[in-house]
Structures are given as structure tokens and as C-alpha cells.
Write a protein that binds this ligand. Structure first.
Ligand code: XIL
Length: 354
């Protein structure tokens, strides 16, 4: 036994020493030694592109389908489920020793037309949602370790958005604030008691009305035993003067409630010049934002994963989302070459041992 403990300590010491001498060979190398997960959102139809697959597998120890586990992908028609794209992400992860984060079971956007235009009543919607949560989570039980159960339910004032699931017409909980979220988390826990259940939110990363509302909801859920394990902070950033101290503060108060925090959708978009280029000054300022976010996460032991929304500028939602005005948001350029943002991430991770 003593020998075992001793050899483990020596093994770990050797690993740290090797990293110190040679430097980490990848983000996942550095993240492993820091004791956190580092992930990227991925599109399974790109796995056939060798450079895409090689970079994803080499650099990340976690992967999340960007769209392949959303409603329209899993349920393109009313009559059944299609798990092929989601399964492809799981197979990729298994082949490369990566964890899979699932995203997302309840979202007001990006739903199939048969659902949004179906004129369903609240009892029918409630049935459809429970069936969805249960079927999808059981299919991926033991394969997906954490799920974004509910995504972006709040507006910037911290009030529940009008939505299909809440009140238009909703699943029967209209006007009852947290109740529809609670219902979804309880269904999720029944479907797969081992999965970590996250509430994922945009623009509630620092300290503001929205993050206050998330905090109040998590506090209430923990107090009443509603099964919630974590909060996802998206971090789609479009300003280079980000207040990372406020983000660290928000992470600290959330983790103090006993939940984990995952950084789930990090990207830092830059304005593009008319020829589609960015300035080297902006690339360096962008790197400092990445550094600040990684540092804010590593400051709290309960912040356990850092994930970017894609990883190469070749494939990012920012282009279409900003109508071509912004881009270059990710740590690798369009030719898969690491950018200053990548160096900043790896430096922060390598300098930290949990
Ligand atoms: C985006 C995808 O990146 C796009 O490809 C898709 O067209 C729309 O959804 N917040 C989320 C993500 O939680 O699921 C969104 O992803 C980006 C914003």
C-alpha cells in the first residue's frame, strides 16, 4: 500500500516535472495537470476533415455537440428520434478518451417547426417534454456525464422569458417562475440519476440582475433538494474590456452554494476589417480576455470545466450570427494554427495545479 501511494506520488511528481521541463504539449495536457476539463463544441459532419479531428482530439479532453443533441437534430419529425449525429460525437469521444457534455434539453430557440407550430396544449407539451428528457437522457446514460437541462430561460432583468416551455403556452407552469425549470430538472434526475444537471445561461456571467436571479434560483433549489449540480456560464464575449473580477466573484458565490460551474461556450469575437482581417493588437487583447476567464475559473475549485464554442475560426457561429461583421473568436485560426489566445490559455492552465 505504502509502495502504491509512494509510486503514485513519484508518478505525479514526474508528470509535473516533465511538464515543467518540456512544457505542456496540448491544452488537454495542461488541463489534466491543472485538474480541470477543457472542451470544445463540435460538429460531427466535420469529423471527416482530418485536420479538424486531429486538433479536436489532441487538444481537448471534453467535447459537446454544438447542435447535434438539440431538438431539431434529435427529433426532425414528430414521429421519432434520430440519434445518429449525437452518437457520432459520443463515438469520437470514446475513441479519444474524452468526456461528453450534453446540450440542451429545454431551450426556447432552435426547436423544430412541427413542435413550435403544432398548437399543442400545455398537457401535451408537458408530455412531449418529459418524453424528450427521458428518452434522450436514457439513450445517453453512462455516455454523457453532464447535461445542460435548461438553457437561457431568463431575460436581462432576471425575469423568465416568454417561451414555448414557460407560458406560450408552457407546460402548465405559466406564471410560476422557477417551477417549469424545477420540473425539467426533476424529470432529468429520474431519467439518469448519475448525470450532472446544469442550468446554462448567457450574459449572466458577471454580477448583474440575470446572474442574481440564477443565484437565487440555485439557492432555492439547493435548499429544497431540487436536483441541480451546476451552472453553465456561456461567455460569448464581444468586448475586450471584460470585467473578469466580476466573473470570478460570480463563480465564487455559485460554487459556495455547493454546485459546480462550467464555462460552456467561450468565444471572444473581434471586429473584422473590410477584407475580413483582424489587427494583431486585437489578437493580443483577445488573448488577455481568454487568460482572464481561465484564471477566474481556476480561482474556484468548484469551477471544473472550460469549454470554447468551436475551436477553429474556420468554423464558428459568430460569422453568421454577426452577419459577417465579427469573427476570429476562437483559439485556433482558420488554418488550425494556435493564436495568442491559445498560448494564454495553456500558460494559465500549466501554471496551476489543483
Ligand atoms: C448556436 C450554434 O452555434 C449555431 O450553429 C446554431 O445555429 C444556433 O445555436 N447559446 C447556446 C448555443 O446555448 O446552443 C448556441 O449555439 C449559441 C448561443
Amino acid at each position: 500500500m505504502e509502495f502504491l501511494i509512494c509510486s503514485r506520488i513519484v508518478g505525479r511528481w514526474l508528470a509535473v516535472a516533465v511538464l515543467a521541463i518540456s512544457g505542456p504539449r496540448s491544452l488537454r495536457d495542461a488541463a489534466d495537470s491543472a485538474g480541470v476539463l477543457v472542451g470544445a463544441a463540435a460538429r460531427p459532419y466535420l469529423f471527416s476533415e482530418a485536420a479538424y479531428s486531429a486538433a479536436l482530439a489532441h487538444e481537448f479532453n471534453m467535447v459537446q455537440p454544438e447542435n447535434a443533441m438539440k431538438w431539431p437534430d434529435l427529433r426532425p419529425t414528430a414521429s421519432g428520434f434520430d440519434f445518429r449525429d449525437g452518437d457520432a460525437v459520443v463515438r469520437f469521444a470514446q475513441a479519444h478518451g474524452m468526456k461528453v457534455r450534453g446540450h440542451c434539453l429545454v431551450w426556447h430557440q432552435y426547436n423544430p417547426e412541427w413542435l413550435t407550430q403544432g398548437h399543442f396544449t400545455p398537457p401535451q407539451l408537458s408530455h412531449l417534454l418529459q418524453e424528450h428528457v427521458s428518452t434522450v437522457m436514457k439513450h445517453y446514460a453512462g455516455l454523457v456525464f453532464a447535461w445542460d437541462v435548461v438553457n437561457e430561460a431568463l431575460d436581462e432583468n432576471g425575469r423568465f422569458k416568454d417561451s414555448l416551455w414557460y407560458n406560450q403556452p408552457g407546460i402548465g407552469m405559466a406564471g410560476k417562475d422557477f417551477a417549469y425549470v424545477e420540473r425539467a430538472f426533476r424529470w432529468a434526475h429520474e431519467a439518469d440519476p448519475h448525470a450532472l444537471l446544469f442550468y446554462n445561461e448567457a450574459e449572466g456571467e458577471g454580477l448583474n440582475r440575470k446572474s442574481d436571479a440564477v443565484y437565487a434560483m440555485v439557492k432555492d433549489f439547493k435548499h429544497r433538494g431540487v436536483p441541480i449540480d451546476g451552472v453553465g456560464l456561456q461567455l460569448h464575449i464581444s468586448r475586450l474590456d471584460l470585467d473578469t473580477a466580476a466573473i470570478a466573484g460570480n463563480i465564487a458565490r455559485l460554487t459556495a452554494l455547493g454546485v459546480q460551474v462550467h464555462i460552456t461556450e467561450l468565444d471572444v469575437s473581434l471586429p473584422l476589417d473590410p477584407s475580413g482581417g483582424v489587427s494583431s493588437e486585437d489578437l493580443h487583447r483577445q488573448a488577455e480576455v481568454y487568460r482572464g476567464v481561465v484564471r477566474a475559473c481556476l480561482q474556484s475549485p468548484g469551477c471544473t470545466a472550460i469549454q470554447t464554442w468551436g475551436f477553429t475560426d474556420k468554423y464558428s457561429w459568430i460569422g453568421s450570427h454577426s452577419h459577417g461583421t465579427r469573427g476570429a473568436a476562437l483559439p485556433f485560426d482558420r488554418a488550425y494554427k494556435p493564436k495568442p489566445a491559445y498560448d494564454a490559455m495553456i500558460e494559465e492552465l500549466a501554471g496551476h495545479h489543483k
